[in-house]
Design a binder for this molecule. Sequence first.
Ligand SMILES: NC(=O)C1=CN([C@@H]2O[C@H](COP(=O)(O)OP(=O)(O)OC[C@H]3O[C@@H](n4cnc5c(N)ncnc54)[C@H](OP(=O)(O)O)[C@@H]3O)[C@@H](O)[C@H]2O)C=CC1
Ligand SMILES: CC(C)CCC[C@@H](C)[C@H]1CC=C2C3=C(CC[C@@]21C)[C@@]1(C)CC[C@H](O)C(C)(C)[C@@H]1CC3
Length: 431
Amino acid sequence: MPREPWIWKGACGGQGEPESGPPDGSPPSPGAAALMLLLPVTMFHLLLVARSGPARLLGPPPYLPGLEELWSPWALLLCLTWLGLQAALYLLPARKVAEGQELKDKSRLRYPINGFQALVLTALLVGLGVSAGLPLSALPEMLLPLAFAATLTAFIFSLLLYLKALVAPASALAPGGNSGNLIYDFFLGRELNPRICSFDFKYFCELRPGLIGWVLINLALLMQEAELRGSPSLAMWLVNGFQLLYVADALWYEEAVLTTMDIIHDGFGFMLAFGDLAWVPFTYSLQAQFLLYHPQPLGWPLASFICLINAVGYYIFRGANSQKNTFRKNPSDPRVADLETISTATGRRLLVSGWWGMVRHPNYLGDLIMALAWSLPCGVFHLLPYFYFLYFTALLVHREDRDERQCLQKYGLAWHEYCQRVPYRIVPYVY
Ligand SMILES: NC(=O)C1=CN([C@@H]2O[C@H](COP(=O)(O)OP(=O)(O)OC[C@H]3O[C@@H](n4cnc5c(N)ncnc54)[C@H](OP(=O)(O)O)[C@@H]3O)[C@@H](O)[C@H]2O)C=CC1
Ligand SMILES: CC(C)CCC[C@@H](C)[C@H]1CC=C2C3=C(CC[C@@]21C)[C@@]1(C)CC[C@H](O)C(C)(C)[C@@H]1CC3
């Protein structure tokens, strides 16, 4: 069976495995096909349930929408205009051009660092639009057709990416996603860094349209709540504030995305295209959607406590990610030079003190604490707003497992030593 990202086994203590297609030549599992259906169905389920009275995550949807409710040419036009706007902002002069990790052919790609600028310019444009009468608060009514248009766009886009990969040189292909099975490869993505000239599709999609779209949807929900109830609730402010901080942080530290697994390792196929363009904006805004239809009372003492939880999560997330990025860029940087390390046969070292000496994925721990803080303003009587936390826990546990496999393969004995010195993966003394 191919090592689908979803079906890998545990890492530390296991054997490192090659990742180029099915290791034993057996046919790939139907997991990819099932997920291709299940992920959009889950997204539409969440969108429908969030606006229903009982808002039951595990119950049936209130009704099944017909095609006339899902399909709207206006929604598709809006979706494409949004992509066009973000692409234009991506092409604007950047304050810096960063180099990515070394590729198979020893070359390095160059990436514009202007994501934060794109966020600020989008905010200015939206502000201007709203003051000129743009009905942003009407957006929540269009979420279903917009999500449908985004899914359709992601599907067609992945098809084009698949075709493009057919003429790409072997050195441009991703380690996974080239098993020879059409569905599996379409899902995972064949080409590592599909580009037209200097426009990098994966890097663009990972950070711009979906992440900025997510905070725009949140803002529209906040504005609609203000129209409905006179002013936005404290819970809605918290959810908007926390998630805006997360997105602004991702774009401010945009260069750090160049060392994530998605950019270095994974091909660009349906999973990431759908994840970036549809899943992130429409399911990550679930808490704000829930709050619009199910207002929750929240007092200042509890709100302050939730802010504290988010701050702790952010502190760990940012501290851990920045420590690793600083160390990888320049191990003699005074901020990391005193940290204890293990040498590896590759010449690269592993941190064993500081954040990376606490658990093997401190950045995931911080991210999960923040995910909890985003759900808490929605109260504790519904499971639905905790969907993100549950999904994210599963995603990160699985991702951690996958990363351990890759690190074991890369660092061998040194990784074993790291696992002995830092025995917990994500949560100290628990996991
Ligand atoms: N909100 C969301 O939906 C999602 C958010 N994320 C977030 O994205 C961020 C990036 O995550 P991800 O790309 O998965 O992985 P990481 O940023 O954790 O990168 C893992 C890599 O870090 C390096 N590394 C591991 N241990 C050490 C060590 N002790 N010392 C030095 N380097 C080490 C290894 O690469 P090497 O040695 O080659 O440098 C390893 O492959 C995380 O904060 C995560 O929470 C991720 C997925 C989804
Ligand atoms: C649809 C599937 C169930 C899963 C798709 C996964 C994708 C949604 C995520 C894979 C890795 C991601 C990252 C971020 C967003 C979600 C996806 C695309 C990230 C951009 C969020 C902001 C962070 O600060 C980050 C570290 C830059 C993240 C990088 C990984």
